[in-house]
Design a protein around this ligand. Structure first.
Ligand code: ZN
Length: 116
C-alpha cells in the first residue's frame, strides 16, 4: 500500500491492510497529504518510556516485576540481596535463611525492597 510515514500518526489512517485511509483508500498522492490529521493517541505512544515504566496522565509509572526485561532480571543478580546476600545500600549481610523470606528490607539502614 502506498502510504506515507505520516499515515501512522494520522487520525484517518485505517490500520487496515486493504485500505490506507478513510479519505484516500489507496493512499495519498505524492509524499505529503493535505488531509493529514495528527492522531493524539499515536503521538502519545511516541513518548519515550523506559522498559518497565509507562505514562499515565503524564506521570511516569514503574511497572511491577513481571514487566522487567531479561537484561534487567540478569542485572538484579548483581545487586539484589536475594542473590548477593547483602544490602545494596549499606552492604550489611542478610540472614541466610532466605526460604521463608518475602521482603528484603534492610534492618540496618532501612533500605526497602521494591522489586518483589
Ligand atoms: Zn542496609
Amino acid at each position: 500500500m502506498p502510504k506515507i510515514p505520516e499515515c501512522d500518526r494520522c487520525l484517518l489512517y485505517s490500520h487496515n491492510p486493504h485500505l490506507v485511509c478513510v479519505v484516500h483508500p489507496t493512499g495519498p498522492q505524492g509524499d505529503s497529504c493535505l488531509d493529514f490529521r495528527l492522531d493524539p493517541n499515536a503521538e502519545a505512544e511516541e513518548l519515550w518510556q523506559p522498559e518497565r515504566a509507562s505514562y499515565y496522565n503524564g506521570e511516569l509509572i514503574v511497572q511491577p516485576q513481571q514487566h522487567w526485561t531479561r537484561e534487567q532480571q540478569l542485572e538484579l543478580i548483581n545487586w539484589h540481596p536475594m542473590f548477593t546476600g547483602r544490602c545494596p545500600q549499606c552492604n550489611a549481610e542478610f540472614d541466610r535463611d532466605w526460604s521463608a523470606r518475602v521482603h528484603w528490607d534492610c534492618p540496618e539502614c532501612g533500605w526497602m525492597d521494591d522489586t518483589v
